[in-house]
Write a protein that binds this ligand. Structure first.
Ligand code: SAM
Length: 277
């Protein structure tokens, strides 16, 4: 089988498994099997695969056809300027979370050495991206899942970015003083998760996806650690920005604002904490 035929055959198998973007995924999987870039596949489309390469590709395509997230199969995923290691221990970082980071960086602009706390860091995506793009920031990141923290620490080591990671359950409260608290908490309900695509429902850690009380718990806990004028930035579920705004207002946050993701949905919520209230 040639490289071109391998891409076509992988695409056919992935389409039959109802994978949403079978062509792109096929190209990336053939690229991984051959240790080759997507563009190089086209310049080498007539080359024959060895038996060993075909066997590797067959296993990769079978995994994707079982709807394992592409990011887990590739073992890495792009997030802002970083390439993060990801596997079943962590949520795959999403494009809407890149917008959360963008808003944090805007709020931190002008602060030379802001103290930042990322609650539920998972792969370390938010914490590492903020530390990467605001070099003065002193970033702490917590997660209740020890295995997720292993991934986050590995990502910090590989990228050479300094973040202070700690295992902690936000429901036990927070300590310290921060200019900004940010979180992409678990916010899918137990009923909703069963209706989501298999990649999320069957593969991503439930501790990272399912949670109904986390958003309010983080907003409440953050009031104890935000400095005067500090900000809370939350990623919220599609359709829940209004409800969470009310939670923030009840807790006493001011200047509550929603921001949109790249598809125009209200997915970012922020509030400013005033300790002089
Ligand atoms: C939606 S994931 C976000 C991961 C990463 N921040 C991102 O945006 O890609 C939520 C994270 O919160 C963590 N988490 C769940 N419950 C928690 C709790 N009670 N305290 C601290 N972290 C928690 C999960 O382990 C998971 O890593």
């Amino acid at each position: 089988m040639t490289v071109g035929q391998a891409v076509g055959e992988a695409e056919r198998r992935l389409a039959a498994a109802a994978v949403p973007s079978p062509r792109v995924d096929a190209e990336l999987l053939v690229g991984k099997a051959l240790d080759s870039s997507r563009t190089a596949l086209y310049t080498n489309s007539a080359r024959e695969l060895s038996a060993a390469e075909s066997a590797v590709l067959d296993r990769l395509v079978a995994r994707r056809a079982a709807r394992e997230p592409l990011a887990y199969i590739l073992g890495e995923w792009g997030f802002r300027r970083l390439t993060l290691k990801v596997d079943r221990r962590v949520l795959v970082p999403r494009p809407e979370t890149e917008v959360v980071v963008e808003r944090c960086l805007e709020l931190l602009r002008g602060l030379e050495q802001p103290a930042v706390l990322d609650v539920g860091t998972g792969s370390g995506a938010i914490a590492l991206a903020i530390a990467d793009e605001h070099p003065g920031a002193r970033v702490t990141a917590i997660d209740v899942a020890a295995d997720a923290l292993e991934v986050a620490r590995e990502n910090a080591r590989v990228s050479g970015i300094d973040v202070d990671f700690a295992e902690h359950d936000v429901r036990d409260g927070l300590e310290g003083a921060y200019d900004l608290v940010v979180s992409n908490p678990p916010y899918v309900t137990a009923e909703e998760i069963e209706t989501l695509e298999p990649e999320v429902r069957d593969w991503e850690p439930r501790i990272a996806t399912v949670g109904e009380e986390h958003t309010a718990a983080i907003a409440a806990a953050a009031t104890a650690v935000l400095v005067h004028g500090g900000h809370l930035v939350l990623e919220v579920a599609d359709g829940r920005a209004g409800e969470v705004s009310n939670v923030l207002a009840r807790l006493g946050y001011e200047d509550i604002r929603t921001g949109e993701d790249l598809t125009g949905r209200e997915r970012v919520l922020e509030g400013r904490w005033s300790s002089r209230r």
